[in-house]
Design a binder for this molecule. Structure first.
Ligand code: PA5
Length: 472
């Protein structure tokens, strides 16, 4: 592994007794074995016992499988076709709409915010590396936001023969029946067909569905004859689907190195399978979170990200943990914060509020861009009195805030742990996403909760449909 992310947990470990730590070794190991036994059961294609249903263990080996296929037959493999389609969208469009919600949205947003310029859409095309602007919709039922994007497309795109005014849609829904996404797809498809002409080549070329093997979107896609559509394989659930075409197609369009992303993920699976405790982020993270929840009542898991690029990754994790383990009146409460921003909003509560929080910092060791430093000003312009820090770089200031915050928590016995990224890259993000998915599944097996499926989400959907149908 070129740049392994590190889980450093000495501080949190100090809040766990040796007896509790040691007593977890066996059940944790058994849970790890169960996770891999699930993979074998899933691969066997045999009947899945009722207590294991649903069993969406397909995500565990999928990154390595995609990479192996790609190595054998680059252009014929799924990864090769995703890259080709991403290249086509990049070369031919200047704006791309990604429609999807939940697991069909959050991962892509995390990749975009993590790995693309924060002002990407504002940049002229040459400074965007010839990459389209990206817009997310279909992740809400928001009249004004939808109107606004429809309006923007109408005012900015008037000549469909001009490449700089062309736009397209990637619509993502595994079930194909999610109302939020279907509604947005209908509205934006209507606009797109009006723009290019419903019988035009562009009206089908610039719509790429990513969906399950069966369902309403798959049926529509077949009937409409979209030339390119990608599958979301059975056995990979929505919030575990970031390494399928769900995340990979938009990522490839954005010029993200999807091979490195998958390498990071595959390496994390291999590390989880073989590394011993202490050098196994999945096992160590799960042990710390579980024991502090069980014996110290730390039911709130704060993912404390440092810098703006990881906020969406945190929100992705919020969904993963909440939908996977929030069942049977159990499951920790996930909350993402972005520092130093949220030190000015939530910091007070973390320092002095209820003692129910475990803080896991996510810190990137070095920035990707040129480093800024505090400039030295003439004394008559030193009203802000920053000359005393002149020459200190922004990363040094952030590090001081990080160290200062963690010391302040340690001083009052509030446990923290750190997830350190040597750098923010496709590879380290790939490691992170796979680590969190594996840890969630491992914890589910440990506490006897099926991490797959989200039966509780059906209640609102049923009511909404009944209300809309006049049945309620
Ligand atoms: O994790 C999940 O399965 C969910 O969050 C789904 O991704 C979400 O409900 C969207 O579903 P679909 O992709 O079927 O539209």
């Amino acid at each position: 592994m070129s740049s392994p992310i590190r889980y450093e947990f000495n501080e949190a470990r100090g809040a766990i007794s040796d007896a509790h730590w040691n007593e977890l070794i066996k059940p944790l190991e058994e849970a790890r074995q169960e996770v891999f036994a699930d993979v074998e059961l899933f691969n066997s294609g045999g009947d899945i016992p009722e207590e294991k249903q649903p069993l969406d263990a397909g995500f565990i080996e999928f990154p390595r499988r995609l990479l192996d296929e790609y190595e054998k037959d680059s252009s014929g493999s799924l990864l090769g076709r995703i890259m080709e389609s991403g290249q086509m969208l990049r070369d031919e469009l200047d704006r791309l709409l990604v429609l999807g919600i939940g697991g069909s949205y959050m991962g892509m947003r995390a990749l975009f915010e993590g790995l693309c310029d924060p002002y990407h859409n504002e940049q002229p095309r040459e400074l965007r590396g010839d990459i389209p602007r990206l817009y997310f919709e279909g992740n809400n039922v928001d009249n004004d936001a939808t109107q606004s994007l429809l309006g923007l497309l109408k005012t900015q795109c008037k000549d469909a023969t001009d490449f700089a005014q062309r736009w397209g849609i990637v619509v993502i829904s595994k079930s194909g029946g999610t109302l939020e996404t279907a509604l947005a797809f209908r509205l934006f498809r209507e606009s797109l067909e009006e723009y290019y002409g419903s019988d035009s080549r562009e009206a089908t070329r610039y719509v790429v569905p990513v969906t399950g093997e069966t369902g309403k979107l798959r049926d529509f896609s077949n009937e409409r004859g979209y030339p390119t559509a990608f599958p979301i394989p059975d056995g990979i659930g929505g919030r575990f689907s970031i390494f399928t075409a769900v995340g990979l197609l938009p990522a490839a369009t954005m010029g993200i190195d999807i091979v490195q992303l998958l390498e990071g993920a595959a390496e994390m699976t291999e590390r989880f399978q073989s590394a011993s405790s202490g050098n196994n982020p999945v096992m160590d993270y799960t042990a710390v979170c579980h024991l502090l929840e069980k014996y110290s009542g730390l039911k709130t898991r704060i993912l404390s990200t440092w810098g703006k690029a990881l906020e969406a990754s945190g929100l992705w994790y919020d969904q993963l943990l909440a939908e996977s383990l929030g069942k049977q009146e159990k499951g920790a409460f996930p909350l993402t914060v972005v520092n130093t921003r949220d030190l000015h909003s939530r910091g007070q509560q973390h320092q002095e509020g209820v003692r129910d929080k475990l803080i896991t910092n996510v810190f990137i060791d070095k920035p990707n861009d040129d480093v800024l430093a505090i400039p030295q000003f003439e004394e008559n312009r030193n009203q802000d009195q920053l000359n005393k820090f002149a020459g200190k770089t922004m990363p040094e200031v952030l590090r001081a805030a990080f160290d200062g915050t963690n010391k302040a928590y340690a001083d009052v016995n509030r446990p923290t742990a750190d997830l350190s990224f040597p750098e923010l890259s496709a590879n380290t993000l790939g490691q992170f996403f796979q680590m969190m998915m594996l840890a969630t599944v491992l914890e589910g097996r440990l506490i006897g909760i099926n991490p797959y499926g989200q039966p509780g989400v059906e209640a609102y959907k049923n009511n909404m449909n009944a209300i809309l149908s006049g049945e309620m």
